[in-house]
Design a protein around this ligand. Structure first.
Ligand SMILES: C[S@@+](CC[C@H](N)C(=O)[O-])C[C@H]1O[C@@H](n2cnc3c(N)ncnc32)[C@H](O)[C@@H]1O
Length: 202
């Protein structure tokens, strides 16, 4: 039987990685390690690692398939600035890493239970230095505004798949970040009704 290619591919990752890179360009540090939570296929991290070669990239995902895919993409692209993916469940109390100079999480907050977002924010507060940034990308609700029709449909489909999933209220995420010492410092409108949200460690 022919063996299956372990490299996964995500059409949305290929569409949004350019606009996300444009946002990252303005906020990433000049040096250090960027920890990615929920790396998925690994196509974001290989793209960012080639665009920002002065940084070391640390992918992670709780899914063994995602980690295998990421590892194979890194090997296929022969990138020297990407570390082997870590097994990190954002809701876990213990993370196998002690510091990061920046963190990113793309399309995770709405496709995981709320404790994963709480865990991500708490860990960012511990791992990041003062001035370090956490960038979240994905769809969000905004206080006092109806969801765009495409996001309302997406939200219903997420909740049908798992009642613990769903598009979060951005103000709830910002409030949950405060005790971790993270302030929401910018919100950027991104294509397809997504937001790029930057938190800065105070
Ligand atoms: C929609 S995919 C996004 C993958 C990738 N970031 C992208 O945008 O293509 C959601 C990812 O979140 C990961 N995930 C789900 N629950 C998680 C958790 N509790 N902690 C960390 N990652 C989680 C999944 O394994 C999956 O890879």
């Amino acid at each position: 039987m022919p063996s299956q290619d372990p490299k996964l591919t995500s059409p949305s990752a290929l569409r949004n990685r350019g606009p996300i890179a444009d946002l990252l360009r303005h906020v990433l540090p000049d040096s250090g390690t960027v920890l990615e939570i929920a790396s998925g296929s690994g196509e974001h991290v290989i793209h960012f690692a080639s665009l920002f070669p002065h940084l070391v990239w640390q992918p992670s995902d709780p899914s063994p398939q995602a980690r295998a895919s990421t590892l194979h993409w890194v090997q296929a692209e022969a990138l020297g600035n990407v570390l082997p993916p870590l097994d990190i469940d954002a809701s876990s109390q213990t993370w196998p890493i002690e510091r990061a100079d920046a963190m990113i999480a793309i399309n995770m907050v709405h496709i995981s239970p709320w404790p994963a977002t709480q865990g991500l924010l708490k860990a960012a507060g511990k791992l990041l230095p003062a001035g370090g940034i956490l960038v979240l990308y994905g769809p969000y609700r905004r206080q006092g505004r109806p969801l765009e029709p495409s996001n309302a449909e997406f939200d219903a489909s997420l909740r049908a798949r798992n009642p613990e999933w769903g598009i979060r209220l951005l103000e709830d995420v910002a409030r949950a970040a405060e005790p971790a010492g993270l302030a929401m410092t910018s919100v950027t409108e991104m294509p397809a009704n997504n937001l790029g949200v930057v938190f800065t460690r105070q």
